[in-house]
Each structure stands twice: as C-alpha cells, then as structure tokens.
Design a protein around this ligand. Structure first.
Ligand SMILES: [Fe+2]
Ligand SMILES: [Fe+2]
Length: 222
C-alpha cells in the first residue's frame, strides 16, 4: 500500500493494529493459563474480553471507511513482542523457582504489549482528529484509555506480588507459609508450550533452544 496521504497512513496503522489485536486475542488465553496469581489471571482474562471489543471498534472504523480488514498485513512488531514473551515462558517456565517468578516474567511481557498499543493508539487518535474523523477518534480514545488502565493494573499487581514474595522469603521454611502457597511449582504447566501453541506453521523450530545452554548452568537457589 502506498502511503501518499495522512489518510493512507491512518488506514495502514488501523489495519496494523487490527492484526496486532487479533494476535493478542490469540495469545491471551495462554497467558491466563500460565499465570499463577489469581488477580493476574483475572486481569488478563478481563483484558481478553476488552480486546474483543477493541477488535470490533477497529472493524467498525475500517468498514465506515470502506476498507476491508482482509487486506491487513501481519503486525510484525506485535508478533515479535508476543514471540519473545512466549520464549521467555517456554525456556524458564519449568525452571522458575516459584509462581512469583513466572508471574513477574508474564507481567513484564504483558506490559510490553500494552506499551506498544498505547503508542499506536495515541498516534491513531491524533491522526483521526487531524483528519476530522471525530467518531473514529472517540472510539480510538476509548481503546487507548483501556490500554492505559490495563498497564496500570499490571503495575499494581506486580507490586502486590513483589510484596507477597518478599513476605514469603522472610520465613520460607515454616510449614504454615509453605502450606499457604498451594500453587507453587506451577511453572511446569506454562513450560509445556508457552502460549499460542496453535500458531500457524512456519514459526518455532531452529531458534527454540537457543538460550538453553546459558540458563541450564545457572545454579538454582535453595
Ligand atoms: Fe488492545
Ligand atoms: Fe491491551
């Protein structure tokens, strides 16, 4: 697609985000499954639901512009971010010493997704306004607000997880505190495939075990 005008750039970016959101929609259920902390699980599940609405909004804007979502090319930026998160879980899920460790990695990956979206939607809102497309601007602003909220929620959960984790480390050997954490050792579950297992053929393969050597030799704590 040739980008001759701001209108073209706007259309291009809308389609890019359409692809990005579709990829996120596919990845989120696996992230929900991988999460250990209940609050994190709920937040990710909630964001999956919201993401469906965001896809609808993009469809609505594009269809009002008489543009088809079919011509949307795969968003490579989002593909890379999701791929990186997936590898992180695959490589380290089974080695993570606790659910906290795994959740921390998961939150980091999810926040990279949110920040990409915040940047993209911020730009889209500005373009829509410049083009005098007030309805589109409003819809995109709603999405932008939701992405920011999701990002803040993740920050909040990260700090509460850190606090919990610090509490546990203070008295790690008592039966009571061990007993409370019935979800420990869940890492193995996430390690089976990372998320988004049924991603189309052509991915995976050669690089999958690239980092294995380094991580293998690192001594485990405790
Ligand atoms: Fe989104
Ligand atoms: Fe998002």
């Amino acid at each position: 697609m040739e980008l001759r005008s701001l209108q073209d750039v706007f259309t291009h970016e809308l389609k890019d985000m359409y692809s990005a959101e579709k990829q996120i929609l596919k990845a989120l259920p696996e992230m929900v499954k991988a999460a250990d902390n209940a609050e994190l699980k709920t937040a990710l599940e909630e964001h999956r639901r919201i993401t469906e609405t965001q896809v609808d909004r993009l469809e609505q804007i594009l269809s009002e512009m008489e543009e088809s979502t079919r011509s949307a090319k795969k968003c490579k930026g989002m593909e890379g971010i999701l791929e990186e998160g997936k590898e992180l879980l695959k490589d380290n899920g089974k080695k993570a010493e606790s659910g906290f460790t795994l959740d921390a990695a998961l939150i980091g990956a999810a926040q990279k997704v949110e920040h990409y979206e915040i940047a993209a939607y911020g730009t889209l809102v500005a373009f829509a306004k410049q083009l005098g497309k007030d309805d589109a601007a409003q819809l995109l602003e709603e999405t932008l607000g939701e992405e920011k909220e999701a990002d803040e929620k993740l920050t909040e959960i990260a700090s509460s997880i850190n606090e919990e984790s610090a509490d546990e480390e203070e008295e790690p050997m008592t039966g009571a505190s061990r007993g409370q954490s019935g979800t420990r050792g869940r890492g193995a579950k996430a390690s089976a495939s990372g998320w988004d297992e049924e991603e189309e053929a052509g991915e995976g393969g050669a690089n999958e075990n690239e980092d294995e050597d380094e991580t293998e030799e690192r001594p485990r704590r405790r």
